[in-house]
Design a protein around this ligand. Structure first.
Ligand SMILES: C[S@@+](CC[C@H](N)C(=O)[O-])C[C@H]1O[C@@H](n2cnc3c(N)ncnc32)[C@H](O)[C@@H]1O
Length: 280
């Protein structure tokens, strides 16, 4: 799938992955069925156990680095079993690069729920001559700090990126009032979370509002919209219908392509990395 990442095995509610040679064993609730390579699991450097957290089993340098889809990431063992990258997003990062190059013009892109910056770094690392400005936003300050460090690691510390820590919907509503518009919008919301008002965020319920706001924020000459989600409760056909409705409602008649991208090979049974890619 990509340079420094491999999904080594999965099953019995867990997955075994190699990130730049550091082997991680962590929960994957949708990985049902038996493990195919049970002998590999003994190689894990670290294992994440629900209710306990990380257990380091073999020595490795931390933080460490891994290159995924030509982007170097700083990785470490974070709370909730994350390591600082969602590798199933790699095909989207490649798509973003291709779309930026083929757009062949200056673009302003909003990336919300942006985590450690894969989808921010991809569009600004094409080497294309036109200017690509990104507004990178995440609700977690620590994630934004790592994203900035990742930009520096990729020699993009001076790229035109606004690094923001904020609630996504609050910020998007503010941008709408201010009349700010974007040629591209990237959305990778969590399945569950907390909104700015302290209320519950539940993807399947909140997605229509999020998509409607995104449609409002698209410029008069939009280029792309990318939506990803990780909640199997939201079936692809429903997400496609919601996306179409949001775009139709705002009379954006210039949709050239609306394609569903299913999980990349090996990730199908992990319910990760479903995306809708819209080109205008
Ligand atoms: C699925 S991850 C995004 C992964 C990212 N697209 C990538 O591939 O690197 C979801 C992110 O949403 C952020 N988040 C959760 N609730 C948020 C909110 N209300 N506003 C902004 N960001 C939020 C989390 O901090 C997390 O970084």
């Amino acid at each position: 799938m990509n340079e420094d990442y491999a999904l080594l095995d999965h099953g019995e509610g867990r997955k075994l992955e190699s990130f730049g040679g550091v082997i991680i064993d962590r929960p994957a609730p949708h990985a049902v069925g038996p493990r195919r390579r049970p002998e590999r699991w003994i190689d894990a450097h670290a294992v994440f156990l629900k209710g306990e957290g990380w257990r380091r089993l073999r020595p490795f340098d931390e933080p460490w680095r891994a290159k995924i889809a030509d982007i170097v990431f700083e990785l470490a063992l974070h709370a909730q079993g994350q390591v600082g990258v969602f590798p199933e997003q790699a095909p989207n990062w490649r798509w973003l690069r291709d779309m930026v190059v083929s757009a062949d013009r200056d673009l302003t892109i909003l990336n919300v729920f942006a985590y450690t910056g894969g989808a921010t770094i991809a569009p600004i690392s094409t080497g294309a001559p036109h200017r690509v400005e990104i507004c990178h936003l995440d609700g977690a300050k620590g994630a934004v700090t790592i994203a900035r460090r990742n930009a520096v690691l990729n020699d993009l510390g001076d790229a035109p990126v606004r690094w923001l820590t904020d609630d996504a919907l609050t910020f998007m509503k503010r941008e709408k009032r201010r009349g700010r518009r974007y040629d591209g919008i990237i959305l990778d919301p969590p399945a569950f979370g907390r909104g700015a008002d302290g209320g519950q965020w539940k993807l399947a319920d909140s997605l229509p509002d999020l998509l409607a706001l995104a449609a409002d924020l698209l410029s008069e000459r939009p280029s792309l919209l990318l939506l990803s989600w990780h909640d199997p409760v939201l079936v692809p056909a429903r997400a496609v219908a919601m996306t179409r409705e949001a775009l139709t409602g705002k009379s954006i008649s210039s949709v050239r392509e609306l394609a569903l991208a299913l999980p990349c090979r090996g990730h199908e049974s992990l319910a990760a990395g479903r995306s809708i890619r819209v080109l205008f």
